[in-house]
Design a protein around this ligand. Sequence first.
Ligand SMILES: Cc1cc2nc3c(=O)[nH]c(=O)nc-3n(C[C@H](O)[C@H](O)[C@H](O)COP(=O)(O)OP(=O)(O)OC[C@H]3O[C@@H](n4cnc5c(N)ncnc54)[C@H](O)[C@@H]3O)c2cc1C
Length: 383
Amino acid sequence: MVGAGIGGLCAAAGLQRAGVEVVVLERADEVRSGGSGLSVFSNGIRALDALGVGDAFRAVTTRTEGLRAGQRRPSGAWLSTLPADAVAELRVIDRADLHGLLSDAVTAGTVRTGRRVTSMYPNGLVESVGSGTAGARRAWDRFDLVIGADGLRSAVRTGWPEDPGVAYSGYATWRGITAAPVELRGEAGETWGVECRFGIAPLADGRVYWFGVRTAGIDEPGDPALLRELFGSWHRPIPELIDATDPAAMQYLPIEELSGDLPTFARGRAVLLGDAAHAMTPDLGQGGGMAMEDAATLVGLIAPFAGTECGDAPELLDEALRRYDELRRPRPQRVAARSRMIGRLAHAPGPLLCAARDLVVRATPAAALGRQAAWVHEWLLTR
Ligand SMILES: Cc1cc2nc3c(=O)[nH]c(=O)nc-3n(C[C@H](O)[C@H](O)[C@H](O)COP(=O)(O)OP(=O)(O)OC[C@H]3O[C@@H](n4cnc5c(N)ncnc54)[C@H](O)[C@@H]3O)c2cc1C
């Protein structure tokens, strides 16, 4: 496994639980997540259940049942409200807690930190170099299967001749978690202005995960002071959320995605999973959920090989990887396309197009929003 992010840790935990021997090479000096939250919908939770970590996830999250979610104007007037069942199963987690529970689910020593993978060959040979405090020692390891879970700028994916590379969405985001609980009065979701928007998601302990997004050049710096300028006059509790967050703990990043669809997620003895396979914009809150689905599917297909030498029946492993590609590729690529479309709508340029956008959002029946949400959230594990 290359990468100890959400996808890599999920797959490692599930594979170990099934009795498969796993090594995770992670370039960072420690397994870490960054200080923001993650929305996990019913599809992701189902995948976590299949991986054996659903109960640990539930123990540190709560259902957001009863929450009013949808889109608002900066004044606070609602443009649309999602049907209650579209968000009834949603749980929001502090990423640090998710990484913690996933790390606890793999046995000690599984993750080799400070090892950056530089090349991978179709026969399972992996070249890595010590990074950070581990020093620059080069190493080669041979694996029966290499799972590239190494994110947006995947080194494993560079072995794919069709690697489309990465594209900038045109918008960038600040993310933060308030230092203390903030009362939301049962309301969350996104508020859309002109070329900027703000999102609110409650954590189980009353703290709030939020994001502020603006149309921007990829190199424009994101001074947290700008947040007050952009969102300071927006409806409550937006200014309060900004003020309740330590600027030093905020993150600012340009939103990037894969610039095209990969024609296959499997190549020789390597497969791609999570952002490495289908990095998408976060407009549906589904990148992590898709990585969880990938991991659950792959584990279900690989588990039968536990305790066997893959060399004994290479055609069976080839068939499992072909099936993984067949099962996994269409869905995240469609979700990525939908997510991109929503991002473009949200960041329509100029006040006129934004006014037209708001009319469209207001005119969309709640039932149609519900159907769209159900299409994304209703997922069943298939083998
Ligand atoms: C602003 C924003 C908000 C989001 N909100 C949500 C949300 O609410 N819900 C949701 O489901 N998703 C959300 N996502 C998407 C989600 O964060 C990603 O889809 C998810 O983190 C992908 O997990 P991953 O394990 O595939 O990749 P990553 O989390 O990127 O992990 C990759 C790991 O690989 C390691 N690595 C990279 N290169 C190498 C190498 N060469 N050698 C060794 N290790 C390497 C990295 O250090 C890292 O640990 C959001 C994304 C963004 C940007």
